[in-house]
Design a protein around this ligand. Sequence first.
Ligand code: NAD
Ligand code: ZN
Length: 389
Amino acid sequence: MRAICWHGPRDVRLDRVPDPTILDPGDAIVRVTATAICGSDLHVFDGFMPTMKTGDVLGHEAMGEVVEVGKAVTRLKKGDRVVVPFVIACGSCFFCKRGEHSGCNVSNPNARMAREIMGHSPSGLFGYSHMMGGFWGGQAEYLRVPFADVGPLKIESELTDEQVLFLSDIFPTGYFAADLCGIEPGDTVAVWGCGPVGQMTIRSAWMLGAGRVVAIDRVPERLRMAEAGRTEIINFEETPVYDQLMDLTRGRGPDRCVDAVGCEAHGLGSADAVIDKVKTAVLMGSDRAHVLREAIMCCRKFGTVSIPGVYVGAVDKLPMGPAMNKGLTFRMGQTPVQRYQQLLLAKIEAGEIDPSFVITHRLPLDQGPAAYRTFRDKQDGCIKVVLRP
Ligand code: NAD
Ligand code: ZN
C-alpha cells in the first residue's frame, strides 16, 4: 500500500509498504477513506519526538471502512464505517475502566521504554514513535486497529467523512482541554494557539459555560477563524499578551488558561524563548515552553491551566514558584478520546457543531509530504489538511 513514512527530521515521504494484516484476534483492518495531519505530527516531523525509526508510517487521525476483522472481534463487521481514535486502549484495565484510556496499562507493547523515560507508560498511540508502541499510523491506504471492539466509533448516519473525521482526535482534544478547565458559568477562558486544537477548544469552552473567550495567536487567518467563534483576539506579535489580558480582566487575569500550543511555541525573541531555541537546536533541551510560562504568569490566582499542547521532556525555567504561590491547578494529558466520542458524535448529529469548519486543504495522499510543509509553515492559509488515500 501507499503510506506516508518518516525518514528523519523534516523528511517524510510517500512510500510503498506491505499491507497491514491481522496480528491479534482483537484486530481489525480499516481501509482509510480520510486522514488528517495534526499539530502533533509536526512535533514528529520537526524531530522533537524521540524513538522514531526510518520507515515508520505516520498519522493518527483516520477513518474508513472495516475490510477485515479478527476472530475475537464482536462489535465490528466488514463494511462498517468507523472513526478510529488516536489512542489505543484495551477497555478493561484499571485506567480504561475509569475513562482514562490514554493511560491504558495494556496497549503499549513498548511500555518498558516509556517507563524509563516517564516513570509509567501511557497507552499506545498510532503513528507516534516506538516509545508509544511503534504502531503504524493512519496516513496510509490501510490501518491495523488493535482492540477493535473498544476504540473505533461506528458511524451509522449520513454524516460526511469531513464532519466526523475529527472525532479521532482534535474535537475530543479541544473538548477535553475545556473540560479540564473546570469552567464555572461566566468564566473568562484564554486560549493560546488558534490551530485546529485551539479552534475546537474555543467552541467547547462555550459549550461548557464560558462567559468570555480570548484567543491568542499571530497568524491572521487563524485569528479570524477564532473571531468567528465569538472570541476576543490578541495578536501576540502586535500586543504584549500579559498586559492585554490584564486590561481585559481588570487586572485579575483569566480564570482558565489553555496552552493549545505545546513544545514548539514561538517567543518573539524573549529571553526564555531564545534560550529554549538554542538548547533545543543543540539537543540540550526538549521543549520550547514559552506559552506555558506565559499562561502561568497570566492565570488568575486559584485559576486553572489546562495543557492539551504536547510536551516531550523536561521543561526549563518553569515558574513553579509563581504557580504555587498563586494556587494554580494544572490539568493535562493526551486525550482519552474514547471517553468523549459518543457524546461529541451526538453533538455533531444534533447540528450543535460541524467540526469540518477548520479544513482548508483537501488533497490526495500522494501530496501529503508537501502538505506537511505547507501546514508547518502556515503557507497558503493552511489550518487543517485532510488527505484522501
Ligand atoms: P498547530 O501547530 O496548527 O497550532 C499551534 C498554533 O500555536 C499555531 O497557530 C501557532 O501560530 C500558535 N503559537 C505558536 N506560538 C504561540 C505563542 N507564543 N502564543 C500563541 N500562539 C502561539 O497545532 P494543533 O494541531 O492546533 O495542535 C496544537 C497542540 O496540541 C500541539 O502541541 C499538538 O501536539 C497538541 N495536541 C494534543 C493532543 C492531546 O491529546 N493532548 C491532541 C492533538 C494535538
Ligand atoms: Zn492529533
